[in-house]
Write a protein that binds this ligand. Sequence first.
Ligand SMILES: [Zn+2]
Length: 266
Amino acid sequence: MNLSEINHSLVRIACYIAVLIVLCVFEILRPYREPSLSRVKRWMDNLGITLVNNILLNLALVPLVSASLAYAGKARSGLFYIFEFHFLLKLLLTVIIMDFLLYIWHLLNHVVPFFWRFHRVHHSDLNMDVSTATRFHFGELAISALIKASLILFLGIDLVGLLAFDVLVLATAQFQHSSLRVSEGFERWYWLLFVPPSMHRIHHSVIIRERDSNYGTILSIWDRILGTMIKNVDQNKIRIGVGAYPDFIRLRFLSLLLMPATRKIK
Ligand SMILES: [Zn+2]
């Protein structure tokens, strides 16, 4: 691992822990919903998965992403090197384009059965809070990292752009998964451009029509433009999870690791 890889990983981890602590405190002080399951047990599983993923990613895939960054910079490969935008415009475009591609990737995770095998690990959480934001199967993250490495080469993304995007995605994902009581006025305003917890709560509903909507991570405009946004749902009636997995006892750490290889479910 070289110095830029270490710095990139450290910044991401530091931001992740800071946002985790702040949101966790607010979830206790101003909860949207009291948890129906033991928070300690769920957090052990969710943060256990997060830790294992981070170790594997840093060993196997961060060097690949860094190699793409280094190559793109050295060979001046990718669209941003052809058009030579102003630094700030390039940063803004990096975040907007990568967020749109993340929207497409998220949608594919729902409609392609092979990808859903991995993505259902994230959706199977029976309560939703800040710890759900990083409950992903390593298989899904590995495929994402391969796509990201290719996009760096194709678009010509640099370290600053990638770091800005990664930190924003992580922080917004933590916020939209949090079980935090947010004022209705703020949510109405925030929903115009971004993804508040209420919008993403619909995405975690056991009702498949609701689950297959609201795919956005940073911006809500992609769902609005492409007709995948669902808004008018009684938030208090949303049941979180995947209908085929109602038992918490079968959703512990090891079962989650094996889930992609088990039977096909909707
Ligand atoms: Zn999803």
